[in-house]
Design a protein around this ligand. Structure first.
Ligand code: ZN
Ligand code: ZN
Length: 244
């Protein structure tokens, strides 16, 4: 979170601009890192995908602004006006709330994502808002934020809205954002960075990794979740894992 920018309307604009820059640089460095790792571990996996990757980067940088603006406004309100339930003193809530708040954020985000994602697979919304994301076939590490601006808005509002209702320590919030970034990238990378033993374990039955989300990009109408397979299992939309 950026420091306070002082009074006046410029403060909120500066905060939104700073957050946009942070999200954009975060995207370029983390996606770049995982794309580089992919080149080492699976050489040739992205061969012939140069044009697609160019489009993925373009859409992702537009998404960075859409994610950065609400986050920057909320960060400004938090710093200057005491908005939100973000806390910095670890003693403000019991310690057990830290892991529980992490899980709460992930579950609520996953639930929002599952249902908005299913809605975007209806023919109208798909054409308008979601086809951009599915132009990534197969997806790459650069596709993590490759969304049409309308889809980006549905993703960008989640965490800035949740911090008004669900108390969270600023460090745990950082962890939520880190997990969101890393899982968004690794799920699109085209290969599983997690050990096969975990992916095919009992825990793996409930967790989403690349081989689960790859199947979504192959078959479209299945595997809609973000972090967990709970909603997919419950609604009968889980179609298992694609070949690694
Ligand atoms: Zn995807
Ligand atoms: Zn989809």
């Amino acid at each position: 979170m950026p420091e306070s920018f002082g009074p006046g309307p410029w403060a909120v604009i500066a905060s939104a601009a700073a957050m946009t820059a942070i999200v954009g640089v975060r995207y370029l460095t983390t996606s770049g890192l995982f794309a580089w790792i992919t080149g080492r571990v699976r050489p040739g996996l992205y061969k012939g995908l140069g044009q697609q990757i160019g489009r993925e980067i373009g859409w992702s940088l537009i998404s960075a602004a859409i994610y950065g603006i609400p986050a920057g406004i909320v960060a400004w309100g938090w710093q200057d006006h005491g908005w939100t339930r973000i806390y910095t003193d670890a003693d403000d809530y019991p310690l057990w709330w830290m892991p529980l708040s992490l899980l709460t954020y992930l579950i609520l985000h996953d639930t929002w994502f599952y249902w908005t994602h299913r809605w975007m697979h209806l023919p109208g919304p798909f054409r308008i808002a979601h086809a951009v994301h599915h132009a990534s076939r197969p997806p790459t590490a650069w596709a993590a934020m490759s969304f049409h601006p309308l889809e980006a808005v549905t993703g960008a509002v989640v965490i800035p809205a949740l911090v008004f209702f669900v108390p969270i320590h600023v460090g745990v919030l950082g962890l939520v954002l880190l997990m969101m970034t890393v899982m968004g990238i690794t799920n699109h990378m085209g290969w599983d960075i997690f050990p096969r033993r975990l992916v095919h374990s009992r825990a793996g039955h409930w967790l989403i990794t690349a081989s689960h989300h790859n199947r979504h990009h192959e078959f479209y109408r299945c595997n809609y979740g973000l972090y967990f397979r709970f909603w997919d299992h419950l609604c009968g939309t889980d179609k298992g894992l694609s070949a690694p």
